[in-house]
Design a protein around this ligand. Sequence first.
Ligand code: UFG
Length: 348
Amino acid sequence: MEKTRILVTGGTGYIGSHTVVELINAGYEPIIIDNLSNSNIDVLEGIKAITGVAPIFENIDCKDYTSLDRFFEKYPDIKAIINFAASKAVGESVEKPLLYYRNNLLSLINLVELMRKYKIDNFVFSSSCTVYGQADELPVTENTPIKPATSPYGSTKQMSETILSDSVNAYPNMKCILLRYFNPIGAHPSAEIGELPNGIPNNLLPYVTQTAAGIRERLRVFGNDYDTPDGSCIRDYINVVDLAKAHVNAVQRLVEQKNKKSIEIFNLGTGRGVSVLEIIRTFEKATGVNVPYEIAPRRDGDITQVWADSSLANTELGWKAETSLEETLLSAWNWEMRLKEKREAASK
Ligand code: UFG
């Protein structure tokens, strides 16, 4: 039987590559588009090592309408699009807002226009809990009010959600699922794929693993005077493979027309808030490796705490975060060790 083809934009990126693996495991045929602006072509080998399948890959920038148009002409039988292709560094977005609006919004508009042209009905979008800002009540549900964005990156996520909601209203066949991720961490348990931060990491976990590996001298814990039990910020850290699986469920729901509304929103988190200091302690316990750290001033723009109510995803998507924090942190460490092996092999 022919496999159902799913376009994954940004499919060589961190969450994209893990989703490609889970789509293959579930019997779909993912096709990857990526311009490799924040990922590496070697990721394709990692995907093949895990699944035995080398997915179709096209080096295309989703901002380039003409190339995208040609792509859809070449692959007319795509049933759904999962859109990961976007820039995602909060700090960079403050310095280069136009880059973020151009990358994140133009790509989305091109994709939706071409969905209409090529009669593709189903769209899954990577959104973020950043849209909630510092919520007044925790945990946040999908009905928690959206707060004004605190960065151009956050604005692009909010605007993208609006663009999709307006499009679904206007175009009767279009169906969309918005997935609001909390903090994705970890790597595939095989250590064949994982996060590949460029330069000095902004996010906590790559900074923790690089410090444990001796690449960075000391982790800075941004603030220990927040109104939380240990004074450090609290987030909902979600395993990247668990997160990837939610995309498979979302695609299935759309392709099998089990969606209840033409646009649906799901929070994807564990439901558990974990502080920065707890992450360090749990990492050390899970791996037996020490993480040198110091307390540093608060980081601009950080919210104090957020965690998800994902019960809607549990009941409607049939999805639940399953991997323990210990296992997830260990997977991040194993990936860091694999990167070290690769660096050493390359320098020989
Ligand atoms: N942190 C440190 N030291 C570091 C890096 C981070 O203490 O070196 C702390 C931060 O202050 C924060 C927590 O670790 O309290 C998590 O920080 P991350 O940068 O890993 O994640 P954020 O919660 O700031 O941001 C993430 C994603 C965004 C997304 C946002 C939604 O990176 O894309 O969640 O809240 F928008």
